[in-house]
Design a protein around this ligand. Structure first.
Ligand code: FNR
Length: 361
């Protein structure tokens, strides 16, 4: 076990609390136009179906999740963030949502910090829970993180843009792919590799497939902006010149390889319409971080339960409007890619005409 100095420990705790505070500030800003706004469905006015026929459950490999969205990895390790995890876990238990925690590296070194994560299992003993670690950690650490939470899956985050912008971040990414391969090979539960808001390119997804990564969350740009969060923390030493770096979730999904990991999507999901759009572009489930964090900060677990209930019934209504009974049906809807997203598709040689006529009409 690595032992951390008291100073390093306190800096890490401050960073966790800063992330929550700065992410929450971004949630209260005026809405920005994102790639989700550049995707439209062709409206077929007589094509709808009965919401009672809609099945919101999704299948990912051996798992069946009751809803097509889940609580994405965020936090843990300080008193403030332990309380957030507790509320997220209570809401997840009540609504059946799968839930991930934030990076558990602090929990591996410090048993007090570990309580801010194990609270998730205590509050949600039977739910689907995902552990979370960074790509630089060892396969042994990955196993310990899974054990600590009795996790059903392990998220491994790859965050090179964030690390670059963090003054205390790592700059050497050369061993990450190899380390990832070792984690995947020996992890007792399936590994979901994710970005933290800058997207996973086609090449990255192909590389992941070659090292047997079965699940990837493209976590694209346009939502919680970790470059801005780290720039706000770093002040003059920040990397604001990278503003706008990375691809959105929808761009990543549309550009993804045919043979690759099962795709999840996140990054800037604001409402059930965004969920449906990501599913239509090929995501099998959709992760939400910033928006669900804000619900918990505004009104605790009860507020998040209300939000999730509303999202569930609105998602069902949107499926019916679009004439789809399952998430898979959405992959045959007609999509128009406009604006920035449309330009990305054209530059990458994606057949946008075909996307607009997928239903055959
Ligand atoms: C995150 N995210 C994150 N991801 C991860 O894999 N490990 C982590 O420790 C964290 N920490 C974290 C803290 C906070 C406060 C937030 C809001 C988010 C990233 C998250 O899972 C997701 O990839 C991005 O936030 C993009 O999704 P949203 O926020 O736009 O829905």
């Amino acid at each position: 076990m690595t032992s951390e100095s008291p100073q390093a420990r306190s800096a890490r705790a401050t960073r966790k609390d800063d992330h929550v505070r700065l992410a929450s500030e971004q949630q209260s800003e005026a809405p920005r136009r994102t790639d989700f706004d550049d995707l439209e469905f062709i409206h077929h006015a007589l094509g709808g179906t009965n919401p009672e026929r809609v099945d919101l459950s999704v299948r990912l490999g051996e798992w069946t999740w009751p809803t097509p969205f889940y609580v994405n990895g965020m936090t843990g390790g300080t008193d403030t963030t332990a309380a957030i995890n507790r509320n997220l876990a209570i809401a997840a238990a009540e609504t059946g949502l799968p839930m991930a925690c934030g990076s558990m590296s602090v929990a591996l070194d410090d048993s007090d910090a570990a309580k801010g994560f194990t609270i998730i299992r205590e509050e949600n003993p039977n739910g689907f829970v995902m552990a979370n670690l960074g790509a630089g950690r060892s396969a042994e650490d990955a196993r310990r993180a899974v054990d600590l939470l009795q996790a059903d899956a392990l998220q491994i985050h790859i965050n090179p843009v964030q690390e670059t912008a963090m003054s205390e971040g790592t700059r050497d990414f050369s061993e990450w792919a190899h380390g990832l391969e070792q984690i995947v090979a020996s992890c007792p539960v399936p590994v979901i590799v994710k970005e933290v808001g800058f997207g996973l390119s086609r090449r990255t997804l192909e590389l992941m497939a070659s090292i047997d990564v079965r699940f990837a969350d493209v976590s694209g740009a346009g939502g919680t902006d970790f470059l801005r969060i780290e720039n706000d923390r770093a002040g003059a030493e920040g990397f604001s010149m990278l503003t706008g770096f990375g691809q959105s979730a929808l761009a990543c999904l549309l550009d993804s390889p045919v043979q690759g990991p099962v795709l999840l999507a996140s990054g800037g999901v604001r409402n059930p319409y965004d969920v449906v759009k990501a599913l239509a572009c090929g995501a099998r489930a959709v992760g939400v971080a910033g928006a669900f964090l804000q619900a918990v900060l505004d009104g605790g677990a009860d507020r998040l339960v209300d939000v999730v209930n509303t999202w569930q019934s609105q998602t069902r209504a949107l499926f019916a409007l679009l004439g789809t009974e399952t998430a898979e049906d959405l992959t045959r809807t007609d999509l128009l890619t406009r604006g920035r997203l449309g330009e990305f598709c054209r530059l990458r040689g994606i057949n946008v005409e075909e996307l607009s006529r997928r239903s055959g009409s």
